[in-house]
Design a protein around this ligand. Structure first.
Ligand code: MG
Length: 369
């Protein structure tokens, strides 16, 4: 297919409830959507979820927007096939994973729409519904954290992921576990806030029956994670450490983790995420789809991915109302603890009219043939 236009739509969307992690606090998002259109006038949508105002791996939202402007014209250089768009080879430049994902995921949506199938079907998804987990961010007091976790369980979530950092860890997990009981799956995510010297402290988490501890150490400390995996009984999951298929193979090979969090936006695209899903499945490693505060556009493609059979654990893909009063698409709802994987063509959703009509919306043509 030939892509003749790439458009960016940016619109501010406040978060219902600021999310604090050891990287910083997310207060609001400037949602950055990408529309790719063919010469026949068919469009696909993607979302750039690079974070703003917090440290994370890869580009910030501002840097990623610059990357989008640079990369978008590459979609006009001939016939484009979503299956060919590996982030490390197709674009001819390294890094810029968030921008590459935004453009590539729009091409996947377009491809599925043109073939008249859902993205989940196109990718080989098997689940009609996924049972998502929900993130409980850092709070000032243990009581506030317990209250937030208890509220999420009342809403129907079957898995809670607690953000932790040094000084807000053992007591928090103990109290939350007491409050939610043994039947709720509890995980913790440190976003790299600890060092190897904290290994003894982290071993204290073993008594709480956690599903895993996610990214305790810095992204580049695979050896530290391997040591910790040998030392504690709680499983180690890696997130920020795994940007590429090679990273995943290296980490699994050295025993640095037995679980991986695969975020299509962080790994440069849906194609890469599927390749990493396949590698995890083939090596017997549990994998799940992580979230980056996606709106309905990014959430829909993450749900399609999470329907693949090798994503063995619950994804971080909460209902729209967990983060947004008004989502950019029809909202995703939690029903009986589950979210339905869209079945319409492509990602199955589109931005609602209010998005481009928003008084602060910025619409920019990034490429036009
Ligand atoms: Mg994480």
């Amino acid at each position: 297919m030939r892509i003749t236009e790439v458009t960016s739509v940016r619109v501010p969307v406040p978060l219902v409830d600021p999310l604090r992690t050891s990287h910083g606090t997310h207060h609001s998002r400037t949602v950055s959507l990408i529309r790719v259109t063919t010469d026949d006038g068919v469009s696909g949508w993607g979302e750039d979820v690079a974070p703003s105002g917090v440290r994370y791996v890869g580009d910030s939202a501002e840097e990623s927007f610059v990357s989008l402007r640079g990369l978008a014209p590459l979609l006009g250089r001939g016939d484009v096939l979503a299956e060919d768009m590996q982030s490390d080879t197709w674009w001819g430049v390294g890094g810029r994973e968030f921008a590459k994902h935004a453009l590539e995921s729009a091409v996947w949506d377009l491809t599925a729409r043109l073939r008249g199938v859902s993205l989940a079907t196109l990718l080989g998804g098997e689940r009609a519904r996924v049972y998502p987990g929900v993130v409980v961010g850092l709070h000032d007091t243990v009581d506030e954290t317990v209250a937030a976790a208890a509220s999420r369980v009342l809403e129907g979530y079957v898995r809670i992921k607690l953000k932790i950092e040094p000084g807000r860890d053992i007591d928090v997990v103990r109290r939350v576990r007491e409050a939610v009981g043994a039947s709720v799956t509890v995980q913790v995510d440190a976003n790299g806030a600890y060092t190897r010297e904290d290994s003894g402290r982290l071993s204290l988490l073993d008594e709480f029956g956690l599903e895993f501890i996610e990214q305790p150490f810095a992204a580049d400390d695979l050896e530290g994670h391997a040591e910790l995996s040998r030392r504690i009984s709680t499983r180690v999951c890696l997130d920020e450490s795994i940007v590429s298929l090679a990273d995943l193979r290296r980490a699994v090979g050295m025993g640095a983790c037995s679980v991986v969090n695969i975020k299509p936006s962080r790994v440069g695209g849906i194609g890469n995420a599927v390749a990493m899903h396949d590698a995890a499945r083939d090596s017997g490693t549990d994998a799940w789809v992580g979230g980056m505060l996606e709106t309905g556009i990014g959430r829909a493609s993450c749900l399609a991915l999470a329907s693949l059979p090798g994503f063995t654990l619950t994804p971080d893909l909460s209902a729209s109302n967990r983060y947004f009063e008004r989502d950019v698409t029809e909202p995703f709802l939690l029903e009986g603890g589950a979210i339905t994987v869209p079945t319409g063509a492509g990602i199955g959703v589109e931005p609602l009219p209010w998005v481009s009509g928003h008084p602060e919306a910025v619409i920019e043509t990034l490429f036009s043939a």
